[in-house]
Design a protein around this ligand. Structure first.
Ligand code: R5P
Length: 320
């Protein structure tokens, strides 16, 4: 296939350098050299130490803690690449923070997911490569092309490979119902839905009812992200109350606030294993009693970058 731009150049902000290294290792290329640091007044400074002129530049920067610093690093890295005459700039943002602020569902509030999209474009990005954004319509906040990858099939396939009998994929709220149905079909199981309620901006989630049967079954409760663990804890309790034989938990984005470790790492919650990807580094603690498994998305991102560069289909990565 014809290559439109000069060779690939991959750079990392301070968000998740390990992920950038792993992507480069998978692709068999060297991570680009650049300086990204803060002066004592907290202003971010960026300087590319490798030539980027006319190159196909990929900036790897999930929006991780500290979230607002990660964002500024991303914007400034894009700006610096543009001013250094990069041929094309792709923001590689595996975790798109502020994704939950995607609608005006209360009076006088912002739509911050849209604002972040505007900033990324204004800084000069030509494309976005992301993964399992909170809502599919966030793609529409961008006027430049967006490739949104998904790690859910990786999580479901792992669960399918270790479950016995027909497994059940459990959506922890109605927003994940279609996902649970699709993934259960993928692994030859069933699905169930927990009816969750959250009041206002409260971080406390309450599970109301279970739609579907989990009695005597191996269950996987899965969500795009876990922050405080409230949603997952309520869903796990519901599955247990309804007779689940085992309950595993999975998420793409392990945001894991300190509270999540306190809440979930507790035998009374009854989680048999927690499975997540490496879209984010784990910075706020660790689980001490729940077995855990991390599945790397670096190969998926590396393959997508190669395809974007060569004009290949990204969607073909997901054909089973
Ligand atoms: C919300 O709609 C999301 O999909 C997650 O359920 C939510 O972000 C999880 O948050 P927490 O772990 O604080 O309940």
């Amino acid at each position: 296939m014809a290559t439109t731009f000069n060779e690939i150049a991959i750079f990392s902000g301070n968000g998740h350098p390990q992920l950038a290294d792993d992507i480069c290792a998978h692709m068999g290329i060297k991570l680009g050299d650049c300086e990204v640091f803060q002066f004592s007044n907290e202003e971010v400074f960026v300087r590319y130490l490798d030539n980027v002129r006319e190159r196909d530049v990929f900036i790897v920067q999930p929006i991780v803690s500290p979230v607002n610093t990660s964002l500024m690093e991303l914007f400034i890295m894009i700006d610096a690449a543009r001013r250094a005459s990069a041929g094309r700039i792709t923001a590689v943002v595996p975790y798109y923070a502020y994704g939950r602020s995607d609608k005006k569902d209360q009076p006088r509030i912002p739509i911050t997911a849209r604002l972040v999209a505007n900033f990324i474009e204004t800084a000069g990005a030509d494309r976005l490569l992301s993964m399992d954004m909170h809502a599919g319509q966030i793609q529409g906040f961008f006027n430049v092309p967006v490739d949104e990858l998904t790690a859910f099939p990786l999580l479901a396939d792992y669960f399918g490979s270790i479950s016995q009998l027909a497994p059940v994929v459990v959506a922890p709220d109605s927003g994940r119902a279609k996902l649970a149905r699709d993934l259960s079909a993928r692994i030859g199981g069933d699905f169930a839905i927990v009816d969750k309620q959250r009041t206002g901006n409260s971080e406390v989630a309450e599970a109301m009812n279970l739609v579907g049967s989990v009695d005597g079954r191996d269950c996987l409760v899965l969500d795009d992200e876990i922050l405080t663990g409230g949603t997952i804890a309520a869903a796990v309790a519901t599955a247990r109350e309804n007779g689940a034989r085992s309950v595993r938990v999975a998420c793409v984005h392990p945001v894991f606030a300190e509270k999540a470790y306190e809440r979930l790492d507790n035998a009374t919650v009854g989680i048999d294993e927690i499975i997540f990807t490496d879209t984010l580094p784990l910075v706020r603690g660790e689980f001490t009693s729940i077995p855990q498994k991390s599945i790397s998305i670096a190969p998926l991102l590396g393959d997508a970058i190669n395809r974007i560069h060569s004009g290949g289909s990204v969607g073909a990565l997901f054909k089973k």
